[in-house]
Design a binder for this molecule. Sequence first.
Ligand code: FES
Length: 106
Amino acid sequence: MAEQWVRVAATADVAEGAAIAVKVGDREVALYHLPGGEFRATDNICTHEYSQLHDGWLENGEIECPLHAGKFDVRTGKATAAPCEVDLQVFEVKVEGADLVLKVPG
Ligand code: FES
């Protein structure tokens, strides 16, 4: 299946400095609104154990997992702090008018 862009939220749904969870098919995606108006998207499930990253803390471009305080760079998905070792999948996200649209891999 070809990749496609889908609307996942309104920009106003994600406060600056915060993250929300959205469902895209059966995938859970975290949307982040970085200070300055940049939006990013990653898998919402931590690669360490089961935890939803949007419940964590977004600081300096990193999301800290609420369960064991591992961290990921939300721009690259890279695991940046133990106990996380496996990187997160990242998704392209862009602003279209008042909406956030996400590129869903085929
Ligand atoms: S579940 Fe995220 S750091 Fe353990």
